[in-house]
Design a protein around this ligand. Structure first.
Ligand code: ADP
Ligand code: MG
Length: 576
């Protein structure tokens, strides 16, 4: 059965023409798109020398019969569209019928494919423009395309390729993007026999983000889902307390096609204006769905740009999606989440204290205040009503003030955030899932003799927490990796703080102590103005923790000015 047709010249002429094969990454992109269009559930990419010597993409999709296997190398031969009208409603990733022709023209290519209709598959060998052979071969349903010696016949082009490393980076980035759009597909990337990526199928986007980036990134994201008319914007984007210094985690997809788009970018920026710290950019895994006829994908040779019939509607959609998500998670009023677990009781507190190895004395008070908080959570225990504290605002850029039925709550913003982060880090640490950031240029520091000793004692633990450091002789040390929860500039200070810290406690408590220090170093500082949204979010997150009343160092997080106290002071009520 053949399905591929050669497009008539009048249709072919309307296709945004241009070079599709610029580098190994473009070969991978075109071949993987073909695999996805063929409905593959398993896509494997193998590279040698950054793809310059070999790119092989193997899929388990629909495959091709023998006639198609020969025809697919003709220019404008495609099974995906047939007419000019089809160009206006493209649902597949490919549609030009150019990729295989262009790739084959500049490489030594072997195609193996089978549509599963018969026992045998087909092998087609090509070298540049020449057909070398067509033969039967045993092959399971699916397709393998092997591209060797890219640009072997175009030495000038070959010279412009970048290093193997940078080609590999580009390819890994593309596959990450594809994996985000297709969580149900397994993607594997091998380079020189080593696995650079292995993403088995997962249930959805959240699971995919967790798989690719880990818990910290996922925890900094909130869910978007907003529909208007026939359009929908969904996905995950930064919570008000998160964001990154770079734009590495900004992904836009239109009808599952990864795109670069000024409108989506501008909408995202605007949606987050004033919502994040000033040097942070939002993270976004943003999926836009729109009727196929409303999106023109026939704009750019690499198909990475689109044109919207109604750009303003798209802009609005993104803006509202973010607004809705922020409001949903933590409306400025409903601070106490209705479904959240009530904070832990006293024994939990003590346990926590113990696990933190806190010194006796001081924290005793804190335990006390923890109990008080627990026993009289405003409006929650008594009536079971979800009406929680109402956010009033920020005081001295240090405290969040909220009103509850029984009094005013004054929450220390730094301690509160520390508690929230501490619990998050505990979870990451339990899963041994610290995201590590590798420094291209290691940070070299000089240690005091005491710090050298501390490093020697704690090197293994530090490594488990994501710090890769190596002694450089003498008292110098190079930090090569650090946990990806703070900025590079902070790596040195945090590292030194941990070394200092280590001397003060019993080794058994050190791990928890280190986590507490990481939380302290990454938490919002006192003196930092916060938006209402951020405060609401922080308070909500705080009440989700097991112990909202104490920071991980045992300092209280909240004080309460009781209503009775206020009324007594105002002589509104006689107290017994
Ligand atoms: P396009 O994807 O734009 O149609 P290509 O040159 O990439 O053009 O592919 C030409 C045709 O070859 C496709 O339309 C499809 O029918 C077939 N084809 C290519 N790769 C595969 C694959 N991995 N599995 C099944 N069919 C494929
Ligand atoms: Mg294609």
């Amino acid at each position: 059965m053949t399905r591929i047709r050669v497009l008539p010249p009048e249709v072919a002429g309307k296709i945004a023409a241009g070079e599709v094969v610029e580098r190994p990454a473009s070969v991978v992109k075109e071949l993987v798109e073909n695999a996805l269009d063929a409905g593959a559930a398993d896509v494997r990419v193998e590279l040698q020398d950054g793809g310059k010597r070999l790119v092989r993409v193997v899929d388990n999709g629909s495959g091709m019969g023998q006639e198609d296997a020969v025809l697919c190398f003709r220019r404008h031969a495609t099974s995906k569209i047939a007419s000019e009208e089809d160009l206006g409603r493209i649902q597949s990733l490919g549609f030009r019928g150019e990729a295989l022709a262009s790739i084959a023209a500049v490489s030594r290519l072997t195609l193996k494919t089978s549509d599963g209709a018969t026992e045998r598959g087909t092998q087609v060998v090509r070298e540049a423009e020449k057909l070398v052979s067509v033969s039967d071969t045993a092959f399971p349903r699916g397709t393998s395309v092997e591209v060797r010696d890219l640009f072997f016949n175009l030495p000038a082009r070959r010279k412009f390729l970048r290093s193997d490393r940078s080609e590999l980076t580009l390819i890994a980035k593309y596959l990450t993007t594809a994996a985000l759009a297709h969580p149900g597909v397994r993607f594997v990337l091998q380079h020189g026999g080593r696995e650079a990526l292995n993403a088995p199928p997962v249930a959805g986007l959240r699971e995919r983000v967790f798989q690719l980036y880990g818990r910290t990134v996922l925890d900094g994201l909130i869910e978007l889902d907003y529909a208007e008319g026939e359009g929908r914007a969904s996905g995950l984007a930064s919570s008000p307390l998160a964001g990154r210094l770079d734009r590495a985690h900004q992904f836009f997809f239109v009808n599952l096609r990864p795109v670069r788009d000024r409108i989506l970018q501008a909408a995202l920026n605007q949606a987050y204006a004033g919502r994040l710290e000033k040097d942070r950019s939002p993270e976004a895994f943003l999926f836009l769905t729109a009727p196929f006829a409303e999106v023109d994908v026939n704009v750019h040779p690499a198909k990475s740009e689109v044109r919207f019939a109604d750009a303003q509607a798209v802009f609005r959609l993104v803006l509202r999606a973010v607004e809705a998500a922020m409001g949903r998670g933590s409306g400025v009023k409903a601070v106490y989440p209705s479904g959240a677990a009530a904070p832990a009781d006293g024994p939990r507190v003590e346990e926590e204290q113990k696990s933190l190895g806190l010194p006796r004395g001081g924290p005793g008070e804190a335990v006390e205040s923890g109990r008080r908080w627990t026993s009289s959570l405003p409006g929650v225990r008594e009536s079971g009503s979800p009406a929680g504290p109402q956010l009033l605002g920020q005081y001295l850029d240090m405290y969040i003030v909220a009103a509850a039925a029984e009094g005013l709550l004054v929450i220390d913003q730094h301690n509160a955030h520390e508690r929230v982060l501490y619990e998050k880090y505990l979870e990451i640490d339990r899963a041994r899932a610290w995201p590590r950031k590798t420094l291209l240029v290691p940070v070299v520091i000089d240690l005091s003799p005491a710090q050298v000793a501390s490093f020697e004692e704690n090197a293994a633990l530090l490594d488990e927490l994501g710090f890769g450091a190596e002694p450089m002789g003498g008292r110098s040390l190079a930090i090569k990796e650090y946990p990806d929860i703070f900025r590079t500039e902070e790596a040195r200070d945090v590292f030194l703080a941990l070394l200092e810290e280590a001397g003060d406690d019993r080794p058994a408590d050190r791990r928890a102590r280190f986590l507490a220090t990481l939380a302290c170093k990454t938490a919002i500082k006192a003196g930092q103005p916060l938006t209402g949204e951020k405060m609401a979010y922080l308070v909500e997150e705080l009440f989700r923790t097991s112990q909202p009343a104490l920071c991980p160092h045992g300092r209280p997080v909240v004080v309460r000015l009781e209503r009775a106290q206020i009324e007594k002071g105002l002589r509104r009520r006689e107290t017994p």
